[in-house]
Design a protein around this ligand. Structure first.
Ligand SMILES: [Zn+2]
Ligand SMILES: [Zn+2]
Length: 213
């Protein structure tokens, strides 16, 4: 299992979902047990704050890092070229980033309960993002919500030069920052190698790839 590879085996790709699901359950249980009874509402509020913060992190990472900063931009282009390939951020990298950029700063600002609860919210948001993003490319849209998310993300993939629609789990920040509108159509969507890019027709709700989660 290549810990630092972007494209994963089916087992490693599934393991990322399993590890983050387990982390969310274990951390939530630890916080529930360790929070004094009178402080549980406060702890839950910090977790909700982390979850809300994730939506902005998701938007900013996708827009300014994955579409703005090399080498992440080049690496993310691989996903745009092959949307159904099992490409995701290596678990060890995402976990390290969450520990150093979320947990440690939160710990510096508060105490371990605040930091743990805030991190729980961010972890839950990241898991929701990973599952939703996978679903947009691999699952059939059985609900109106998923159909809407699939169409939204298909439009992001469809417009190569000015993708817009950076939010995956939510369109909220795209509306706030003005990236929800119809971008100028790229004249000829191409891959990094110059080949014409095949994209899913926006609005298609069929299954692009195999379902295996
Ligand atoms: Zn993108
Ligand atoms: Zn995608």
């Amino acid at each position: 299992m290549g810990l630092f590879r972007l494209e994963h085996s089916k087992a490693a790709y599934r393991a990322d979902f399993a590890l983050y699901s387990a982390a969310v359950v274990v951390l939530a249980a630890c916080l529930w047990v360790d929070s004094p009874r009178g402080q549980r509402l406060e702890t839950a509020s910090f977790a909700l704050l982390g979850l809300a913060s994730w939506t902005l992190i998701e938007y900013a990472m996708h827009r300014f890092v994955l579409h703005g900063l090399q080498p992440f931009r080049r690496l993310h282009a691989q996903h745009h070229e092959r949307p159904t390939a099992l490409i995701c951020t290596p678990t060890i990298l995402s976990a390290t980033l969450i520990a150093t950029l979320v947990f440690l700063p939160a710990l510096a600002l508060g105490n371990v309960l605040f930091a743990g609860a805030f991190t729980l919210g961010v972890l839950a948001g990241y898991l929701a993002y990973s599952v939703t993003h996978h679903a947009t490319h691999h699952w059939r849209a059985d609900t109106a919500w998923l159909k809407q998310r699939k169409r939204w993300h298909a439009l992001h993939h469809h417009h190569v030069e000015q993708p817009g629609r950076y939010g995956v789990t939510s369109a909220f920040w795209d509306h706030v920052f003005g990236t929800a509108g119809q971008p100028r159509r790229a004249s000829a969507p191409t891959t990094a190698h110059g080949a014409v890019l095949r994209v899913q027709a926006p609005g298609a709700d069929g299954c692009e790839g195999g379902e295996f989660l």
